[in-house]
Structures are given as C-alpha cells and as structure tokens.
Design a protein around this ligand. Structure first.
Ligand code: SAH
Length: 264
C-alpha cells in the first residue's frame, strides 16, 4: 500500500460490502463507458474492469496512476489518465454517453459536483461516495433543513438518492466524517431556463444568510423595493412569507422569471 496523502483526500475503501453496494448501484454493463474518478489502489477498479465495461480512470496521484496502468496492462477495456478530474473535458477525450463512479476526494466534492452538472449532457448516471453532510444536502427534497443551492441545481438534471451510509471504519485511514454513497440518475424533465448563470445566482441569493428571509435576500440582491418583492413572491407562490427552503425547483424558476421581468 502507498502512504495515504491527505492533500489528495486519500481514504482507501477497505470494506468489501460497501464495494459491492457501489458496484451494484453503478450496474456496469459490458461495452458501455464508465469513468472512475480517483481509482486510488483500485478497490473499485477491479470489479469495474471485470464487468467488461470500458473503464476510463482519472487519477491525480503520480505514484498510483502508473501502478494501475501496470496492473491492468493486459486488459484492453482499461485506460488510466494521470490528471486532475476538474481539468477533464469528456468531449475532448471523445467520451459521450457514459457513467461516472468514484470515492471522491472530499476536499473537492463541491467542485466535482459542479463538474458533473456542467457535463450532464454526456453523463447519464453517477455513483459517488461523499461526506454524509454534503450527500444529505445534494439529495435533499424541499422543506428539509439540508435543502440548499446544490439540491436545487442537482435536481435540474438528476434524480438523486442515498444508496447507503458508510462509517469511517470502512476506510484506511478512516476519515473524520461519516460518508454516504449517492446515486444520480439523469432525468428527462426539461426546465425552461434561458440564462443558467443568472438562475444559479438567483438560487444562491434565495438561500443566503442565516435566517434566509426571502424578501430581504432578494431585496439585497436586486434593485426592487421590498413591498414589490413580497407582492411578487405572494403572486408566484401564494405565500408572501414563504422561505427559500420551501420552494420547489419549478417555483424557483417561476419566481426568478417574475423577478427578472421586473428588472427589465
Ligand atoms: N477509489 C479509491 C480511492 C479513494 S480516495 C478507493 O476507494 O479506495 C480519493 C482518490 O482520488 C485518491 O486516489 C486520490 O489520489 C484521487 N484524487 C485526488 N484528487 C484528485 C483529482 N483532482 N483528480 C483525480 N483524482 C484525484
């Protein structure tokens, strides 16, 4: 075994039951393409390669990438690239219509989620191990405390759910936090948003601040008087006092349109 590098978020999964949970969640099929983020020492890579799917692994650690290349040298369905996943543009690698799996480096979970969402057109499903707290936010439905910007943005493209909880002891070395395996399945509902960047900012504003008062949040974000904002919120949602964490995705979209209309 290599010495685990903290800077690379290295916690190697050592629990065979969790390995099989992840593999059955991915359900790799012969001939399809699966990208693995951070294969590490290959605990997931072995069953993935054995599934006869075409495995494309991205590993940043220069001790580990060559080791995997050697280990699977005889397999023609395995490729490893020594690279930073965040710098990978799947289209440039000729990858389209693929699945992604990985026990994520926790220090970059959020950027990797942004990466997934930005390539949703090419990625039909994903299975990620992440910190439990982040996993709860990502998968949260409206109305829960953990419902947040990332829950809303993820639900634009994916239906997500927690596959299983994973305690620190399932890793070597154990991380300080509990983990969950999360599954993402791309859905085909199409939401009408003409400026994604503007919409993302809008959602972020709605969740800003500790008290998350929607009227105040939108009032500090956009040059519209409070009473007008409250009126718009009432018209769109039926409740002028509603809070950001109660809004469904479609309501966020409707409300953003009403606010942007007022601006133009
Ligand atoms: N999949 C392995 C390792 C998980 S630890 C297992 O389950 O045991 C996270 C892995 O991600 C490590 O191998 C680490 O080197 C790799 N990694 C860290 N940052 C990365 C990045 N930016 N791009 C690709 N891989 C990265």
């Amino acid at each position: 075994m290599v010495r685990a590098k903290k800077s690379l978020g290295q916690h190697f999964l050592s629990d065979p039951i969790i390995v099989s949970e992840i593999i059955s969640a991915v359900a790799p099929e012969k001939g399809e393409t699966i990208m693995e983020i951070g294969p590490g020492e290959g605990v997931l890579t072995i069953p993935l390669v054995n599934s006869e799917a075409n495995i494309f692994a991205i590993e940043l650690d220069r001790r580990l990438a060559p080791r995997l290349a050697r280990e699977f040298a005889a397999r023609d369905n395995f490729t490893v690239l020594e690279a930073d996943i965040l710098a990978i543009d799947p289209k440039k690698l000729g990858l389209d219509n693929f699945a992604v799996v990985g026990n994520l480096p926790y220090n970059i979970t959020t950027p990797i989620m942004d990466w997934l969402l930005s390539y949703h057109e090419s990625i039909d499903r994903a299975v990620f191990m992440m910190q439990k707290e982040v996993g709860q936010r990502v998968t949260s439905p409206p109305g829960r405390k953990s419902y947040s910007t990332i829950s809303v943005l993820t639900s634009l493209y994916y239906d997500s759910s927690v596959v299983c909880d994973v305690p620190p002891e399932s890793f070597t070395p154990p991380p300080k936090v509990d983990s969950v395996v999360v599954k993402f399945i791309r859905h085909s509902r199409n939401y009408d948003i003409d400026n994604m960047n503007r919409f993302e900012k809008f959602v972020r504003f709605c969740f800003a601040g500790k008290r998350k008062n929607l009227t105040n949040n939108l009032n500090s974000a956009y040059p519209i008087p409070k009473d007008e904002i409250q009126e718009i919120i009432g018209e769109v949602t039926g409740n002028p006092k509603i809070r950001g964490e109660q809004l469904e995705l479609q309501t966020f979209i409707d409300l953003s349109k009403a606010i942007f209309n007022k601006l133009s």
